[in-house]
Design a protein around this ligand. Structure first.
Ligand SMILES: Cc1cc2nc3c(=O)[nH]c(=O)nc-3n(C[C@H](O)[C@H](O)[C@H](O)COP(=O)(O)O)c2cc1C
Length: 166
């Protein structure tokens, strides 16, 4: 199979993922920034590290690079609208969005399955993306609930609610 970028995207789309909205405060303006991100992963338990990847063309890339902190909000299946909103270039991504801030100010969105507040410990260039590694400083997670899933370019409902972990 040819390795052109369209085929490569299609191949990678076969990896079903959850969906997050990664947020920060832009130090230059004091305004919140947020981007829909599926390139998120746990990285280490001890110390507690996670990572996510942002494309070089992301408007808020500089804000994330300089903020020093970020939050990862893992979306539930009922939050598809938030995923669409934070993946758009709309002027006012934050209009009507319910959020609070903890220690760093990075927006913690309401009703997510999990929210992780992180300090940025490393950034690395990775091709046309930047990899952000963060240390989880504070978190909140819901017992139960179903995730929003992205697969082959579409959102999927799992159709069941996983039992709470013991
Ligand atoms: C389900 C989904 C997952 C996405 N995952 C990523 C991702 O992991 N990294 C990324 O840079 N952009 C990702 N995007 C695209 C960004 O959300 C989109 O380009 C956004 O507009 C960038 O924000 P900006 O307005 O600050 O440029 C994803 C979009 C969708 C719909």
């Amino acid at each position: 199979m040819p390795l052109d970028s369209r085929s490569f995207r299609k191949a990678l789309g076969c990896f079903a993922s959850g969906v997050t909205v990664v947020t920060a405060v832009n130090p230059a303006t004091g305004e919140p920034v947020g981007v829909t991100v599926s390139a998120f992963s746990s990285l280490s338990l001890e110390p507690p590290l996670v990572l996510f990847c942002l494309g070089n063309a992301t408007l808020s890339l500089d804000a994330f690079r300089t903020a020093g902190h970020f939050a990862v909000n893992i979306l539930s299946e009922s939050q598809r609208d938030l995923s669409i909103r934070f993946a758009s270039r709309t002027e006012d991504k934050w209009k009507g969005v319910a959020w609070e801030s903890w220690d760093s100010g990075a927006p913690i969105l309401a009703n997510c399955l999990t929210s992780l507040e992180c300090s940025t410990v490393q950034t690395m260039d990775g091709g046309d993306h930047v990899i952000f590694v963060g240390r989880v400083e504070r978190m909140r997670h819901q017992e139960g609930g179903s995730p929003l899933i992205y697969f082959r370019g579409s959102y999927l409902d799992l159709g069941f609610t996983a039992p709470a972990q013991g």
